[in-house]
Design a protein around this ligand. Structure first.
Ligand SMILES: CC(C)(COP(=O)(O)OP(=O)(O)OC[C@H]1O[C@@H](n2cnc3c(N)ncnc32)[C@H](O)[C@@H]1OP(=O)(O)O)[C@@H](O)C(=O)NCCC(=O)NCCS
Length: 209
């Protein structure tokens, strides 16, 4: 995917149902919708990542480049946007172009949210509270793009170190963070709930953003 087709913008309350639908697919013990509304309300840094709406994970059939140049009125939205497993209303998945700037994938592009991240910042430290990419869009470097973009934003606004926790069993996320330069600095015993019991968290830190 071309980076100019990816847009990252602040999460808005209207995005929460879509974000929450991704969350339900991403985690065994997902946040509830209210947690996202609360994060926005208390001014945590909440972002969504959008791409031009397309057939799900099938760019070889319908080129994302060609889609990005079409306007909403030229495109049959129902034919190009796949509903999520949570059956969120299709009109709410595919949104008009963002209000903010950034690579917008072409004037009038119809967009879908496929990822999000939430960060809490205090002084020169930040904590990554949540990040996920929709299952059908993983492995395309979108997570890496999102977190790299966030790290650049945080660096520009004074963050020197970032911390995060990850389940010891979440090897995909552990590889993901280590690829981005995070280093393991400890274990938090019983940090996460399991269906039966608790699971440890690995604590990671990124120095000198
Ligand atoms: C973790 C997550 C955000 C990664 O997003 P993604 O867009 O699929 O990842 P990317 O394609 O950007 O991959 C970047 C790097 O992560 C690592 N990675 C990604 N998927 C991986 C996998 N299935 N197995 C091992 N490493 C993986 C690789 O090092 C990869 O770099 P490489 O392709 O150059 O080797 C995504 O898997 C996800 O949403 N998981 C569920 C939610 C979650 O666990 N969030 C973290 C909670 S702490």
């Amino acid at each position: 995917m071309n980076n100019t087709e990816i847009n990252i913008r602040p999460m808005e309350p209207a995005d929460v149902p879509i974000v929450s639908a991704i969350e339900q697919q991403a985690f065994p013990h997902p946040w509830g919708e209210q947690a996202f509304y609360d994060c926005i309300r208390v001014n945590f840094k909440c972002w969504v990542l959008e791409i031009p709406c397309s057939f799900r994970a099938n760019e070889s059939t319908v080129g994302i480049n060609s889609m990005s140049s079409l306007t909403e009125s030229e495109v049959d939205i129902n034919s190009i946007c796949s509903p999520t497993e949570s059956e969120v209303d299709i009109k709410s998945i595919c949104s008009p172009p963002p209000r903010s700037g950034g690579g917008d994938g072409g004037e009038g592009a119809v967009r879908e949210i496929v990822g999000y991240a939430i960060v809490m910042t205090a002084l020169d430290e930040s904590q990554l509270l949540n990040i996920a990419i929709a299952p059908t869009h993983r492995g395309k470097k979108l997570g890496k793009y999102l977190l790299s973009w966030i790290l650049a934003q945080l660096k520009a606004t004074g963050t020197k170190e970032m911390f995060l926790e990850v389940r010891v069993s979440n090897m995909t996320a552990i590889h993901f963070y280590e690829t981005l330069g995070f280093e393991k600095i400890g274990i938090r015993k019983g940090y996460y709930p399991l269906d039966n019991g608790r699971e440890d968290a690995v604590l990671y830190k990124l120095e000198q953003l």
